[in-house]
Design a protein around this ligand. Structure first.
Ligand SMILES: NC(=O)C1=CN([C@@H]2O[C@H](COP(=O)(O)OP(=O)(O)OC[C@H]3O[C@@H](n4cnc5c(N)ncnc54)[C@H](OP(=O)(O)O)[C@@H]3O)[C@@H](O)[C@H]2O)C=CC1
Ligand SMILES: Cc1cn([C@H]2C[C@H](O)[C@@H](COP(=O)(O)OP(=O)(O)O[C@H]3O[C@@H](C)C(=O)[C@@H](O)[C@H]3O)O2)c(=O)[nH]c1=O
Ligand SMILES: [Mg+2]
Length: 288
């Protein structure tokens, strides 16, 4: 199987470049080869590579900056994935895409299911939701994994930001009224590879796997926490001595509004495919 992988310089894309190896030939493209804000280039690259599967972790992920660059955020997060899906349709290819807990408004404090009402509070979340809808509308074989609070030991993420700040400062103030599930980039990549291995095996055995399994799946670590408690766990695991103090969102003003409760239930994925780790266990493995 020929796989076109985008965003291989990102947190999830970097891990996918490794995890997908066993599934076939992986053609990894970065923004120099395929800039998602350049739709003609996206089309040209797909028509040249002619993949059987497109895996798209590339995205505009700067949540606050998106508020002042909505056009670019929508082009990268909605129009480009929509075009990928249309091109996949022409090739008879399938598509794996990633989305976010920020598609939810977070007003109701119970874990969200895949079919629960969305209501993004910010441009990033709205652009990601539009991307999901564009892929579904193309009517292709697809998997959309909604994940949350992604971290790892490389790239730009909350874990590395807080480790840096905890070394520089004696005290960190962190919001304690936003609830979610931190998810290790490697968990996302390994789970994707596991699901795709099942798809490949069952398709080869004659099953119509994609018709039966296409759709949206929540893919987050189990359990839930707040940015404040997540920071406490990071500082403790790193053996740092910085004090961590809880604050309210109002005390940490940002351009983008963020949901208060965006915990998702990954029950559908777990019951169809495989176990997912608890967020704290995964954090310790990652920081190992
Ligand atoms: N990060 C998070 O906390 C969360 C992420 N997600 C979703 O998971 C997926 C993976 O995210 P993650 O790996 O963390 O993201 P990162 O921010 O780590 O990486 C984003 C990737 O997208 C690439 N990219 C951005 N703009 C363009 C462009 N115009 N053309 C080509 N490539 C571009 C980046 O390239 P470059 O290195 O050149 O900038 C980078 O490779 C995304 O769909 C994201 O929306 C969901 C929930 C949480
Ligand atoms: C650095 C810092 C942040 N914060 C707050 C700001 C914010 O409310 C919260 C998280 O900060 P960040 O800006 O790192 O996180 P944010 O960019 O909102 O992270 C999101 O990224 C996108 C891509 C997603 O899809 C989401 O799932 C989520 O991971 O922590 C503090 O309270 N104190 C601090 O010192
Ligand atoms: Mg951010």
């Amino acid at each position: 199987m020929k796989i076109l992988l985008t965003g291989s310089t990102g947190q999830v894309g970097y891990e996918l470049a490794r995890s997908l190896q066993g599934l076939g030939e992986v053609v990894a493209v970065d923004r120099n080869v395929m800039d998602l804000s350049n739709l003609d280039q996206v089309r040209d690259v797909i028509r040249t590579v002619r993949p059987q599967l497109i895996v798209n972790p590339a995205a505009y992920t700067a949540v606050d900056k998106a508020e002042s660059e909505p056009e670019l955020a929508y082009r990268v997060n909605a129009e480009a994935p929509g075009l990928m899906a249309q091109e996949a349709k022409l090739l008879g290819a399938a598509m794996v895409h990633y989305s976010t807990d920020y598609v939810f408004d977070g007003s109701d404090p119970s874990p969200r299911g895949e079919d629960d009402a969305t209501g993004p509070l910010n441009v990033y979340g709205a652009s990601k939701l539009a991307g999901e809808q564009a892929i579904a509308a193309a009517g292709i074989d697809h998997l959309i994994f909604r994940t949350s609070w992604v971290y790892g030991m490389r790239g730009k993420n909350f874990l590395l930001t807080m480790m840096r700040l905890a070394k520089e400062r004696e005290e960190l103030k962190v919001v304690a009224d936003q609830h979610g599930a931190p998810t290790w980039s490697r968990t996302i990549a390994d789970t994707t590879a596991l699901v795709l291995a099942q798809a490949q095996a069952q398709t080869q055995a004659g099953a119509d796997w994609w018709s039966q399994n296409s759709g949206v799946y929540h893919l987050s670590a189990q359990g839930q926490t707040t940015w404040f408690e997540f920071t406490q766990a990071i500082v403790e695991a790193a053996g740092l001595s910085c004090r961590v103090l809880p604050i309210g969102s109002a005390e940490y003003p940002t351009p983008a509004r963020r949901p208060q409760y965006s915990v998702m239930s990954s029950e559908r994925l777990v019951s169809h495919f495989c176990h997912l780790p608890d967020w704290k266990q995964a954090l310790h493995l990652c920081m190992g």
